[in-house]
Design a protein. Structure first.
Length: 289
């Protein structure tokens, strides 16, 4: 028994430097926050994909917790084997069964979380890609807003310029690979549905239209004047074959947005653009912690 106690004490001493290091780091972080802070307390405009970035951070913390939980019980059980003597076949099988069940449960949870994170990361990268394409419109006098927050949802991108207000909804989808190894990259729009290689879908179209109506209603109330909003659904990395027109939503590859928004028609005055941007500036401020 004395040997086992010595062993456990040695294990505890091995972990002691780690515990002390974590305590010192946390203490220094508290001191740093106490004596200094950022020279500004907010960003004037939210960056592209901010909502997804926060979700990814939360999932990263969740994945760390799940991995720690998955490893914890087998580690404790392995350490506990040093206190059992002799170790028989029944004990070994029992410990294996308990460990397998535990790892199976937490491993499944971790896999599901990793899959969700991968989807969020794909969407985040898609929004950043579209934001880079939209930045070309600044030279044409457009103001660009990303991740505009509303109740329980956000609008990916809002463009405000002389030709009007445009709402851009980004939908990023992975490209399937056929049996020959070739990536399918065409999506067909038949006037009602998007025909993807794996099936039809209209949710993105409906979401873009709803977002445009929501923004138009909010802006009209905020500036005291009727303001319309044009809906755009963009599909990064996909070529769009438009076989029929759709009233209300333009379905575009991100590289096509510049052409659609740079028309010669001037729908908004400089004064109205300023009032619209003032309202969006207030809505899109982001606190810096």
């Amino acid at each position: 028994m004395q040997i086992n106690l010595n062993l456990l004490a040695s294990i505890a001493l091995c972990f002691l430097p780690l515990v002390l290091a974590v305590m010192i780091v946390l203490r220094k972080q508290e001191r740093r926050h106490a004596i200094g802070r950022a020279p500004f307390n907010e960003l004037l405009r939210r960056p592209a994909g901010e909502t997804l970035r926060i979700k990814i951070e939360d999932l990263d913390d969740k994945i760390s917790d799940q991995i720690a939980a998955m490893v914890l019980l087998p580690t404790i059980m392995a350490a506990g084997l040093f206190t059992i003597h002799p170790i028989g076949f029944v004990v070994s099988v029992l410990f294996f069964g308990i460990s397998a069940c535990w790892v199976g449960v937490w491993g499944t949870k971790c896999f599901q979380t990793l899959r969700k994170r991968a989807n969020y990361k794909l969407g985040f990268d898609g929004e950043r890609y579209v934001a880079e394409e939209l930045s070309r419109l600044i030279a044409l006098g457009f103001e660009i807003y990303h991740d505009v927050p509303f109740d329980n949802f956000n609008i990916d991108h809002v463009l405000v310029g002389p030709p009007g207000v445009f709402v851009v909804e980004t939908k990023t989808r992975r490209k399937p690979v056929d049996e020959s190894g070739k990536k399918e990259y065409h999506v067909l729009f038949d006037g009602k549905f998007l025909q993807w290689p794996w099936g039809a879908d209209s949710r993105g179209i409906e979401q873009a239209a709803n977002n445009a109506r929501t923004l138009a209603k909010w802006l009209s109330g905020a500036v005291g004047e009727t303001v319309g909003a044009t809906a755009i659904l963009t599909l990064p990395g996909w070529m769009v074959d438009r076989k029929a027109p759709y009233d209300g939503v333009s379905i575009l590859n991100p590289k096509e947005i510049h052409r659609v928004c740079s028309g010669p028609e001037q729908k908004l005055t400089t004064q109205l653009i300023g009032r619209i941007c003032h309202q969006l500036d207030q809505k899109c401020r982001l606190a810096v912690k």
